[in-house]
Design a protein. Sequence first.
Length: 183
Amino acid sequence: MAMIHQDVEKILVSEEELRAINKRLGEQITRDYAGKNLFIVGILKGSIYFMTDLTRNIDLPLEIDFLGVSSYGSSTRSSGEVKIVKDLDKAIEGYDVLLIEDILDTGRTLQYVSEMLQSRKANSIAICTLLDKPERRAPEVNIHPKYVGCDVPNEFVVGYGLDYDQKYRNLPYIGSLKRSIYE
């Protein structure tokens, strides 16, 4: 892995900080969803590491599934066009749905997914994002995550599930990618 580390400009969220975020959010979700019918939906592919570690910190019975959503392709910017490439395997009616996302950037993807799932008669739908870039939010988007790991600067970030052109997901931390890699 030493070869991919050299492509990172700086570490923004360390492995230790990620563990602390997962513990904090897991405890908060455990309190908030006690006695509820929790159904966790991970947004593929970026949320896989976060969702795995987060659910290990939630002390409740829960079900999980995944949505495959695409809006970036191999670009560093969202196309604005959201495509569902893998839908849920079961109905969410009667569940309290918690969407797990790696990063909330423009918000278009999460707004689209939230609106789509609201029509499926869940008891509730909330959002948990590992990273938030509030300054990048699209002006037409009205999305407010219930749970946020931390804010990050307006830099291109990779690691812990986040990628550039499907690479760098396996970094154990979150770092800013060197501009020379993607420009």
